[in-house]
Design a protein around this ligand. Structure first.
Ligand code: HC1
Ligand code: SF4
Length: 571
C-alpha cells in the first residue's frame, strides 16, 4: 500500500492515483479550475498547488502521482497565498460582467474568488483580448474575454468529440482557444453539441440562452397559448440544479414547475419518442423487406445530423427520414392538436426543454416550419436554462407537489423514456419492430447488449428468417471510428443508433453541469428505473399513440405521417 499523510493525518491507498484524487477521496478540499474528472488533467490553472516533503517546490496536485511516504500540505499559508495570487492573476485578465453572465451563480471562478476573498486589484491592462463575442451559432455563445485558459473546451471538442473545432492559440496573456482562422463558429464544422459549453467552468462558452425570450412570452402572452414539451433526459437531471443527486427522478416536480411558470399545457417528448418508434420501426422493416438503403441510421440526434450533413453527406440516404421526437411533437401540436382545440397554429407557442444545445439549431431548420413559415418549435431551452428560469421566478422546486403531463400528448411508455440513454432508441425500436414483424414479443424486454457505456456496441438478434444486426454508437469520436470501419467494409449492420454525446442525451451539452465522475452512470440508472416501473413499456401499446393513428395518421408511413413526421436532410 502507498502510505501518505495529508495535513499531518495518515492515510493509505492500495491503488495508484494523483495527489488530487487522494485528497478528494479523503474529503480534503483542494481548489481546482482547469480540472474536470471526465477530462485529462492538464495542470494549467495552478490552483491545486500543494506543498510536499519531496522537494521544496509546490506541485500541482492534479498531475502529480501519489508516492509512498509523501507528506502533503494543502492548508499552509504558503498554499493559501499561492491560490490567492493565482486567482488574482486570473481575475486580471477576466471580464467580470458577472451580473449579466450566463454562468452567474454557477461559475466555478466566482465561487473560488468568493471563498478566498480575493480582491480584483489589477488594472485591466490585459483584460480585453478584444475578442468579439461569437453569437453566430443558435446553440452556443463564445465570449473569449471570459476565458480562463483551462483547456476544458478544447479537450471536450477534440478528445471526447473528435471534432477539433477549437484549439489553443497564442501564448501567455494572448493565449485563447480559437476556431481555425478565427472563423465564426457557424462557418466551421461545429455540430452544435455544446460539449464545450458543458465543460466551461465560467461563462466563456455558454448555451445560446432563450431564458429572457421565454420569460417575456410567459409574462406577456397576448392571447397566445404556451405549450411546453420536455425531453426524456431532462427528468433525471433537472433536480441537480436544485442540489439533488444525478439520476434523482423529478418528472412530477418538473411538470409542476413548468405549470407554475405559466405554461398552458405540458406535453411529453417521451410521447413522440413512442411515435418515432412507430414510424422508424416501420421504416426499418420496410427497408429490410424491400431492399432499401441499409444500414438505416437513427435521425433523432441533431448533433449527429449536423455531422452527417457537414462531414458525411454521402451517408444522407442511410438516415431514417423520421423527424426527431422534438420535431414530431411540435408538428403534432401545431397541426393536429391546435386544430382539435380550434386554435390557429400561429397562436400556439411551443417551448421545448431539451438536454441538448443542438436542438436549438434543429428547431430553426427550414424543413421544420409550418406552412405559414414559422418554426414549429418556437423556443428550445436546455435543462440548465429551465433550472435558471425556475430559480429566477423563485419557484421552490423541491417543495413542489408532483403534477402530471397533459393528455393525450403526455402519455408515454418505458420505451419512450429510454431514448434518453445510449442504446435506448435501439432497444425501444426492437421492442416494437420485433413484435410488429413476428407477432410475438421479444424474448427479453431488457435488451442488455445495447446498454452501457461501451463506445461501439454490436448485437445480433434472430429475427424471423434473418439475423438482425444492429449497432449502437455514442460520443462523436466513436462515431467517426465506426464510420471509418463502415467505409472499410468491416461492418454490416441493418440498423445503427448514433448519439453524439457520451451516454446519449443524459450526457447532452445542455444538461446541468456536474463536477462528479459518475453523473452519467447515475442518470442512466434513473432512466432505466423509470422504464422498469412502468406498466406499459412498448411504444405500440401506448393508447394515445394508437388513438392518433386511428383518428389522424391512419398508419405508420402514411401520407399524413410523411408530411408531419418525416423530413429530409441536405448537405
Ligand atoms: Fe434526446 Fe430525443 S432522446 S434526441 O437524446 O430522440 O435532446 O432526452 O428529446 O427529439 O425523445 C435529446 C433526450 C430527446 C428527441 C427524444
Ligand atoms: Fe466542438 Fe461541440 Fe463545441 Fe462545436 S459545440 S465547438 S463541435 S464541442
Amino acid at each position: 500500500a502507498i502510505k501518505f499523510t495529508i495535513n499531518n493525518k495518515k492515510y493509505e491507498s492500495t491503488t495508484a492515483k494523483t495527489i488530487l484524487e487522494a485528497c478528494r477521496e479523503n474529503d480534503v478540499y483542494v481548489p481546482t479550475l482547469c480540472y474536470h474528472p471526465m477530462l485529462e488533467p492538464v495542470g494549467k490553472c495552478r490552483l491545486c498547488l500543494v506543498e510536499t516533503n519531496q522537494g521544496g517546490k509546490m506541485v500541482p496536485a492534479c498531475v502529480t502521482d501519489l508516492r509512498d511516504g509523501i507528506e502533503i500540505t494543502t492548508n499552509s499559508p504558503r498554499v493559501v497565498n499561492s491560490v490567492k495570487s493565482n486567482l488574482s492573476l486570473i481575475l486580471a485578465t477576466h471580464n467580470q460582467e458577472c451580473t449579466s453572465c450566463e454562468a452567474n451563480a454557477r461559475c466555478e471562478l466566482q465561487d473560488l474568488v468568493y471563498r478566498y476573498g480575493v480582491e480584483d486589484n489589477f488594472p485591466k491592462i490585459f483584460q480585453k483580448h478584444h475578442q468579439t463575442v461569437d453569437s453566430s451559432s443558435p446553440s452556443i455563445i463564445r465570449d473569449m474575454d471570459k476565458c480562463v485558459l483551462c483547456y476544458r473546451c478544447v479537450q471536450a471538442c477534440s478528445l471526447l468529440q473528435g471534432m477539433d473545432i477549437l484549439s489553443m492559440t497564442g501564448r501567455g496573456v494572448h493565449a485563447v482557444p480559437k476556431t481555425a482562422f478565427d472563423f465564426p463558429i457557424t462557418e466551421t464544422e461545429c455540430i452544435n453539441c455544446g460539449a464545450c459549453s458543458f465543460y466551461c467552468p465560467v461563462g466563456a462558452i455558454s448555451e445560446h440562452s432563450a431564458v429572457r425570450k421565454t420569460l417575456n412570452i410567459l409574462e406577456n402572452k397576448e392571447g397566445k397559448i404556451v405549450v411546453f414539451q420536455t425531453a426524456p433526459a431532462t427528468r433525471v437531471a433537472i433536480s441537480e440544479e436544485f442540489g439533488m443527486e444525478p439520476g434523482d427522478i423529478s418528472t412530477g416536480k418538473m411538470v409542476a414547475a413548468i405549470r407554475e411558470l405559466g405554461a398552458d399545457k405540458v406535453f411529453d417528448t417521451n410521447y413522440s419518442a413512442d411515435l418515432t418508434i412507430m414510424e422508424e420501426g416501420s421504416e426499418l422493416l420496410h427497408r429490410v423487406a424491400n431492399g432499401g438503403v441499409l444500414p438505416m441510421f437513427t435521425s433523432c440526434c441533431p448533433g449527429w445530423i449536423n455531422m452527417v450533413e457537414k462531414q458525411y453527406p454521402e451517408l444522407i440516404p442511410n438516415l431514417s427520414t423520421c423527424r426527431s421526437p422534438q420535431g414530431m411533437l411540435s408538428a403534432v401540436i401545431k397541426n393536429y392538436w391546435a386544430e382539435k382545440k380550434g386554435v390557429k397554429p400561429e397562436d400556439v407557442v411551443v417551448v421545448s426543454v431539451m438536454p441538448c444545445t443542438a436542438k436549438k439549431d434543429e428547431a430553426i431548420r427550414e424543413e421544420l416550419k409550418t406552412e405559414s413559415g414559422v418554426p414549429e418549435t418556437d423556443i428550445v431551452l436546455t435543462t440548465r436554462e429551465l433550472g435558471r428560469l425556475i430559480k429566477l421566478k423563485k419557484i421552490s422546486f423541491l417543495s413542489l407537489k408532483d403534477s402530471e403531463y397533459d393528455n393525450p400528448l403526455g402519455e408515454s411508455t418505458g420505451a419512450g423514456t429510454i431514448f434518453g440513454n445510449t442504446g435506448g432508441v435501439m432497444e425501444a425500436g426492437l421492442r416494437t419492430a420485433y413484435e410488429l414483424a413476428l407477432n410475438k414479443p421479444m424474448p427479453t424486454l431488457n435488451y442488455t447488449p445495447v446498454r452501457g457505456f461501451k463506445g461501439i456496441k454490436e448485437a445480433e438478434l434472430p429475427f424471423g428468417e434473418i439475423t438482425l444486426k444492429v449497432a449502437v454508437i455514442h460520443q462523436a469520436a466513436n462515431i467517426k471510428r465506426y464510420l471509418k470501419k463502415m467505409k472499410n467494409g468491416e461492418v454490416d449492420h441493418h440498423f445503427v443508433e448514433f448519439m453524439i454525446c457520451k451516454g446519449g442525451c443524459i450526457g447532452g451539452g445542455g444538461e446541468p453541469k456536474s463536477l462528479t465522475n459518475d453523473y452519467l452512470e447515475r442518470r442512466m440508472k434513473g432512466v432505466y428505473s423509470i422504464d422498469e416501473k412502468l406498466k406499459i413499456r412498448k411504444s405500440h401499446e401506448n393508447e394515445s399513440i394508437k388513438q392518433i393513428y386511428k383518428d389522424f395518421f391512419g398508419e405508420p408511413l402514411s401520407h399524413k405521417s410523411h408530411k408531419l413526421l418525416h423530413t429530409h436532410f441536405t448537405d
